[in-house]
Design a protein around this ligand. Structure first.
Ligand SMILES: [Zn+2]
Length: 309
């Protein structure tokens, strides 16, 4: 008799405790840069608060952390980073902050690409950030972004089991959105003839995009945004444009716009809109989410490539 009464009571108490835990303070997520921050928000929804270290329009290659960033890491329940050497400053910052939260490497499991050595192609003679030869910009292939989303969802579930179903549901929705987006990108690029799929832009952030979607990118700087092109390299690119092979010139939302502007001035080529590669735009800009960034970039690229001879 007693047990019959006690069992449902115990279950009821458990349910109340469970639901009050779920409604407790949201999980504190710190993401290293805006694209990861967006994916974490999409998967985490109302169950998380996301702090992004390198915010919209920020350049993670040359980031200077502040005490505020260290504090965010110290207070974090979970830390999400890209890895592959993208955030050269993160390990030291995490160690210095005294953070104890688990660090999730969002890029784990992706098939990595090696950076092509600019020394071979363009005869650079200055320092580069080669990050051990691995290209860190893996999110520019949407298949990889789907893996990022899955990794983030699994990590949030582990860190906050009470809301595991929510993370799973939102992760599945995001995965479906990204699959649709990938098909759209492939259709858009397919509408551009192969011989016109050539673009010049400011840093080599499109290796994974080029590999996944069969577009050729020529970058006047080396891989990192703080590099300056050599005179020889500028000459090489000017020749590329003047020979009529590539007229699609693009700036990025960050980095040095003067290089592309100089190329445009010397060749008369028209510069397309700023592309978003390593950072999203602000909420009022054209690329406030990962999906919006890809749509904006692809629309801009396709329009310009169609004008290549
Ligand atoms: Zn980059």
């Amino acid at each position: 008799m007693m047990t019959k009464v006690l069992t449902p009571l115990f279950l009821l108490v458990g349910m109340i405790l469970g639901s009050s835990t779920a409604q407790a303070a949201p999980l504190k997520v710190v993401a290293s840069f805006s694209i990861l921050g967006d994916l974490a928000k999409q998967v985490g929804g109302e169950d998380v608060t996301v702090t992004t270290l390198v915010g919209p329009n920020g350049d993670a290659h040359v980031f200077q952390p502040t005490p505020k960033d260290a504090k965010a890491l110290k207070d974090a329940d979970i830390i999400i980073v890209n890895g592959l050497g993208f955030e050269g400053w993160i390990d030291r910052l995490i160690a210095a902050s005294g953070a104890t939260a688990p660090v999730v490497v969002a890029s784990q499991g992706v098939r990595t690409l090696t950076l092509k050595d600019p020394e071979e192609d363009h005869h650079h003679d200055h320092d580069h950030h080669h990050h051990g030869g691995i290209d860190p910009h893996a999110w520019q292939n949407i298949d990889n972004a789907r893996m990022y989303a899955q990794t983030i969802a699994a990590a949030l579930q582990k860190a906050d089991p009470a809301n595991a179903k929510d993370y799973g549901d939102r992760g599945a929705k995001l995965d479906g959105d990204l699959a649709t987006l990938d098909t759209w990108v492939k259709d858009e690029i397919a509408a551009v003839p192969h011989e016109k799929r050539r673009v010049i832009t400011t840093h080599d952030a499109f290796g994974y995009f080029a590999d996944a979607y069969a577009v050729t990118f020529l970058a006047p700087t080396g891989f990192s945004t703080d590099d300056e092109p050599s005179a020889k390299e500028m000459k090489h690119l000017i020749q590329q444009i003047q020979s009529g092979k590539t007229r699609a010139l693009f700036l990025e939302s960050m980095g040095n716009p003067n290089i592309i502007k100089q190329l445009a001035a010397e060749t008369g080529a028209v510069v397309g809109p700023a592309l978003y590669t390593d950072a999203l735009s602000s909420d009022t800009g054209p690329a406030p989410t990962y999906q919006a960034m890809m749509r904006y970039n692809v629309t801009s690229l396709v329009q310009a490539m169609k004008n290549n001879p």
